[in-house]
Design a protein around this ligand. Structure first.
Ligand SMILES: Cc1cc2nc3c(=O)[nH]c(=O)nc-3n(C[C@H](O)[C@H](O)[C@H](O)COP(=O)(O)O)c2cc1C
Length: 420
C-alpha cells in the first residue's frame, strides 16, 4: 500500500513520505533531462546553477537533475557533468545550493553501448558485444567481470560525492537503453556468467549498483531509480520481467521507482513512435497500475506524455501511480507545478516540434527518430536559454533548433544517434 492515508482521495498537492524518511511536499516531479551544460573538465557550470535556481521557483515536489556520468571515457553526449571523485565538489556544492525548494536528486548514468560517438574516444562497453540498432553507434566491447565491479563501485562513489555536495538523493538511470537496461534485456545481455543467462542474473547488476550506493550514503539520503516498463522490442525486456525487477528493488530498499520505457532504438518514451502506449496522454500508466501493489511502501512515479491537470489528478486519485513525472513541459513552463497546483492551469504547453521540410528530411533517416532528436535539441536549447538567465521561448521554430543541432554536433546530428 502507498504510504499515505489509504482511504482518503489522493490529490496532486498531497505530500509523500519516502521509505528513507524524506518528505516530498507534493506529487509533481521534474524528471531528469540532460542539460548538456557541463563546464571545464566536465564539472558543473554557472549556467547549471542558473537553470536550477529557475526550477527552484517551480513548486515541484521533487526535482531530478539530468544524467550525470560516472566515467569520463564513456559519455552520453558532449557537455555531460562527470563525477569520478571529489575534484568538482565545490562546483557541485554551488549547483546544489543554487536550487532552493523541495528535495533535489542527481541522476547517475553509464551509457554502455549508447555512448555517444561525438563525445568520447574510448570504445563503448556493454554486457555483450552487441551493437545497438542506432545508426552510427560503434559495436561495444563486452565487459570483463572486474570492469563490471569497477562500474558498480563508480556508482557508489558518485552517490557519496553527490551527498557531500548537498544533493538530497540520487536516481539510478535504469531506463532508455543505457547500461542498466542493457544488463536487464536479453537482447543486449547474452552473458552466461553470474551477470546474465536468466532474469535473476540479468538483474544482478542493478541490484549491486543499489547496494553499492546504499553502502556509501547515509540512511536519510534517498536512492531511487528510473526504470523501463519494457523496451518494446521483440525478444527484449518485458513488462513481466520489469515487475520482477520492481519486486527485487523494493526488497533491497529503494525509495522511489519512476516508470518510463523504450530506448533510443525505439523511443517510446518521447511519444514519437506509434505504439498503443504512446497513443494516449500518459504513456506508461497501464503498466504502472500493475506494480502499485507490488511496490508496497515504495512510491511509484510515471513519466511520459502527461500534459493536462485532469489526467494527472485522475491518475493519482485512481491509484494508477503515486507521483507524476514531467519532462518537456517543465522546460517550456519552468513553473509548471505552481501553475498546476496554485494557479488553476489546466494544460501545459507542449509545442509539436518536428521537421517541417519532411520530404527533404526523409532522405536522412527514419523520420520518427529524427524528429525525436530535433525535439530533444529544441528542449536542450530552451534549457540553455534559462542557463543564460533568459526565459524559455516557446515560439522558437524547428529551423533554428535544427541549425543549432547541426552547429553543435555537425551533420552527424542528422543521423539518429543520441539519447538520454
Ligand atoms: C532534452 C531532453 C533530455 C532528456 N534527458 C534525460 C536524462 O538525462 N535522463 C532521463 O532519464 N530522461 C531524460 N529525458 C527523458 C525525460 O525525462 C522524459 O522521460 C521524456 O521527455 C518523456 O516525458 P515528457 O513527455 O514529460 O517530456 C530527456 C528528455 C529531453 C526532452
Amino acid at each position: 500500500m502507498p504510504v499515505q492515508d489509504v482511504n482518503a482521495t489522493r490529490r496532486l498537492a498531497d505530500a509523500v513520505t519516502l521509505p528513507c524518511g524524506q518528505l516530498l511536499p507534493n506529487r509533481l516531479v521534474k524528471s531528469a533531462m540532460s542539460e548538456a551544460l557541463g563546464g571545464r573538465d566536465h564539472g558543473p557550470s554557472e549556467q547549471l546553477e542558473r537553470l536550477y535556481r529557475r526550477w527552484g521557483a517551480g513548486g515541484y515536489g521533487l526535482v531530478v537533475t539530468g544524467n550525470v556520468m560516472i566515467d569520463r571515457r564513456q559519455l552520453g553526449e558532449p557537455g555531460n557533468v562527470v563525477i569520478e571523485d571529489d575534484r568538482h565538489l565545490d562546483g557541485l556544492r554551488r549547483w546544489a545550493g543554487a536550487y532552493r525548494g523541495s528535495p533535489l536528486w542527481m541522476q547517475l548514468n553509464h551509457p554502455g553501448r549508447q555512448a555517444n560517438p561525438l563525445a568520447g574516444r574510448s570504445r563503448p562497453v556493454a554486457p555483450s558485444a552487441i551493437a545497438s540498432g542506432i545508426p552510427g553507434m560503434a559495436r561495444p566491447r563486452a565487459l570483463a567481470e572486474s570492469e563490471i565491479l569497477a562500474i558498480v563501485d563508480r556508482f557508489g562513489t558518485a552517490a557519496a560525492v553527490a551527498e557531500a555536495a548537498g544533493f538530497d538523493g540520487v536516481q539510478i538511470h535504469g531506463a532508455h537503453g543505457y547500461l542498466v537496461t542493457q544488463f536487464l534485456s536479453p537482447r543486449s545481455n547474452q552473458r552466461t556468467d553470474d551477470w546474465g543467462g536468466d532474469p535473476e542474473r540479468r538483474r544482478r547488476f542493478v541490484l549491486e549498483v543499489l547496494r553499492a550506493i546504499r553502502r556509501r550514503v547515509s540512511p536519510g539520503f534517498a536512492v531511487g531509480i528510473k526504470l523501463n516498463s519494457a523496451d518494446f522490442q521483440r525478444g527484449g525486456f518485458t513488462e513481466e520481467e520489469s515487475r520482477e525487477v520492481v519486486r527485487a528493488l523494493v526488497a533491497e530498499g529503494i525509495d522511489l521507482i519512476e516508470i518510463s520505457g523504450g530506448s533510443y532504438e525505439k523511443p517510446v518514451m518521447m511519444g514519437t513512435v506509434r505504439e498503443s502506449t504512446a497513443a494516449r496522454e500518459a504513456y506508461f500508466l497501464d503498466y504502472a497500475r500493475t506494480v502499485m501493489d507490488l511496490a508496497g511502501d515504495v512510491p511509484i512515479a510515471v513519466t511520459g506524455g502527461f500534459r493536462t491537470r485532469q489526467t494527472m489528478t485522475a491518475a493519482v486519485a485512481a491509484r494508477d501511480c503515486d507521483l507524476v513525472g514531467l519532462g518537456r513541459p517543465t522546460v517550456v513552463n519552468p513553473d509548471a507545478a505552481v501553475e498546476l497546483l496554485d494557479r488553476g492551469r489546466e494544460r501545459l504547453e507542449a509545442p509539436p516540434i518536428q521537421f517541417g521540410a519532411r520530404s527533404i528530411m526523409r532522405r536522412f533517416g527514419e523520420l520518427s527518430a529524427l524528429d525525436g532528436a530535433l525535439n530533444l535539441n529544441w528542449h536542450t536549447d530552451q534549457m540553455h536559454r534559462m542557463g543564460r538567465g533568459l526565459e524559455p521561448d516557446p515560439a522558437r521554430g524547428w529551423r533554428r533548433a535544427a541549425l543549432v543541432m547541426v552547429a553543435r554536433n555537425g551533420f552527424g546530428a542528422l543521423r539518429p544517434r543520441r539519447g538520454q
